[in-house]
Design a protein around this ligand. Sequence first.
Ligand code: CKX
Length: 608
Amino acid sequence: MLDYSLLYPMTTPTRCSMKLDGMWKFSLDWQGEGEKLGWSKGVPGRDMIPVPASFQDFYTEKAIREYTGDMWYETDITIPVFMRGSDVFIRFGAATHRAWVYLNGELVGEHEGGFLPFLVDITDKAVCGELNRLVVRVNNELNETNIPCGRTIRLENGRKMSKPYFDFYNYSGLQRSVHLIAVPKNSITDVDLSYEIGEGEARINYSVSQKGKGDVSLKLYDEDGKLVSEAFGASGYMCVENPHLWRVRDAYLYTLEITLSNGNEVLDMYPLEIGIRTVEIKGTEILLNGSPIYLKGFGKHEDSDIVGRGFNIGVMKRDFELMKWIGANSFRTSHYPYDEEIYRMADREGFLIIDEVPAVGLFESLVNFLDAGTGKGAKSFFSKPTTPILLKAHLRAVEEMIVRDKNHPSVIAWSLLNEPESTDENSVPYFTEVFNLARALDPQKRPRTFAMESNSSTTRCRCHHLSDFISLNRYYGWYILGGYEITDAEERFKKEMDDWAALNLNKPFVFTEYGADTMPSEHKLPSVMWSQEYQCEVLEMLHRVFDSYSFVKGEQIWNFADFQTTEGLMRVNGNKKGVFTRQRQPKDAAFLLKKRWESLPLDYKREK
Ligand code: CKX
């Protein structure tokens, strides 16, 4: 159970939320002695860095970019006197991968897990009306007891180096906004919502959690600000006549105003934008509001020039414009939950999200994504002495993600692992716990899945029975039989799909990854691998196969844009499977996809 509220930070008549973003003092802790030297009271040096941002790509020295270890941030904040009498918190959108927080030299909180928010209660420590020094020690080391998994090695020169078991750069630091928030002593802490849609009416089931006393009441306003329903009491339901449903690329948001009061006195007020919609799986259909949908879109990353994985509101806007232009309707938050602004935008724009927890790199191999791609066998990742610690961190991240994201209409499914080693019997109890927790925590009981690489085949995967729909990451024509062998790749792919069909799982399949690395500079006729022409040929081949299996109900290409990875023989300054470049300009494949996706109806492959 989380001991703080993960409601999105807002200023309301009863609450105050102030962004602490800007330039913070910054120092890398090369010798790992900041703690001993008292940096918790004040960070040495004069260097300053933007928050939010990854620290890596600002500097010109490679040793700084590749730095692994502790880094220290500091800012001085005036805590307004009007916050006296409230519960006061510092809320971190994310600190990658772990953080210790000090206020005026005193440790006030810590958190592990680099992609979800956490709050530090400073009510009794904050000196209202004065400057308070906020210092944060962030550590970006990878290990096998936290997600995402990796290793930290030491070079001969004594420096540490990150060895991710995953294919994205280990960007780190304070990558999302930091807020100072004040909430009343008696406050709304959470709300669970689920929907039932009937003829001319919708029912919103709700349950509000609170701290302290107060009576709960709720008012629902439509987009014109008209009151459409009311309810009283901490749990129950509200009815909406002729509801305007939230639909794919046709969103409609109501505002649910939750009030906590004592007679006429309003103790707390929190407004939440909600969309009335249902999601379920029936046979091989994915149903939104009872109607079949076909997913078209991307696996993405939070990744851009200079700020790395730091949230960038301009990049977010451009990405949504490009997704609209190309005719997409969905994306997976590969391989970690994204900044909350992105879900708010998806709610507004009517995009569907498969929300993924940062469980990536859970595969026993040094370069796991490569071995995985070729279907090589593997030992068990889930039978190590450290597995119980890893599972605890994983469960905690699932809880934080679902508590944070459960009320977004855009979120239609939970992806609980990416390309794990699901082939060993020890994976079964591990996965079962993760899947059960997701089901227990989600009031809307959304479908759960995990993205499976080639090794997780029909005969070898022991865990696909847990998925409500099957997510396949497949690289026929790239890691498997690329180039002139593409015709064999197509046959091999069809053979695999026939094997899945023979299992008669009666579940929808979604391709959560497929594609080919492509250098935007390369054109070649006839094509060669890495050329723009080849990317298009691979897609045409894969689309033919997708189209010939009725249970395939979605395609999310890897990747939306080129992105940074660790340097190496397989990567040309990053992964180049983007449909767009890292600067968000189209490759040829973007036009091919636009033509296809604009022509596929939302209920493509609807069963009669
Ligand atoms: N899937 C065979 C996970 C992604 C990688 C992608 C790739 C792999 C492929 C696994 O994080 O970027 O290699 O392009």
